[in-house]
Design a protein around this ligand. Sequence first.
Ligand code: G3P
Ligand code: MG
Length: 262
Amino acid sequence: MESTIGRAPRTATAGRVVAHRGASRVAPENTLAAFRAAAGQGAEWIEFDVSLLGDGTPVIHHDAGFERCTNRTGRLAHASAGDLAGIDAGVRFGDAYRGEPVPTLAATLDLIEALGLSANLEMKAHGDEEEALAGAVAEALARRPWAEARVLVSSFAHATLRHLRARRPRQPVAVLWERLPAGWLETVRALDAASVHLDWRRLRPGALAELRGHGIEVRVYTINDPGRVAGLRDGGLTGVITDHPPLFLERADWAAWAAEPR
Ligand code: G3P
Ligand code: MG
């Protein structure tokens, strides 16, 4: 059956070396400091997680609760934008980052634009907020004409991707799975997704070849050991999502791969 992938003239999706939660080895994950650090390391792409506060404000945060990454406890669903001023997302990482805020999506997109970065925006639905989350993301992207070319939206919550797709017909989308499930091609086609993102430990060379044969971009997360995915790279892998981009960018073989067009 002929692939429908790429039938829309979409512009570029994600790059090859993507900084996971920003440069999260050297700076607190999912903060503006981590995104600046990624740019400083030479990464052209960052990945970050978007969650909703209880008042519907989209913020950059991985978990449903604040405790792992900030000086606060409690659930994001019980917080509102007015609470952000008192929440420190840097101090648990180190004193040098004391006072680093939980960024809003708006502030993050402004920084991405200013730094000339591109992004893999991962939508994190922690409850039944799939539609609200997609709506908030779509609204933020709609205000930025560059976002269609420079933001690749992904999610494990495929309902969230469906809602996003309904609002943003031309936005590049990536489907997230841990491992490729039966029926994956139907899901990719239904979402008109350009990409699939998988756990690097669960991707077999045959599956990679099949995905690439359909013209689908394939990235793996979260890989901090280049040697473990060199075979996948040689098998046509599109990109890696890593906590520490220099692991890849400072090696000649990977740097050459990173400079290749997709
Ligand atoms: O988007 C790739 C990766 O970030 C998915 O897993 O849990 O780190 O958001 P997680
Ligand atoms: Mg993520």
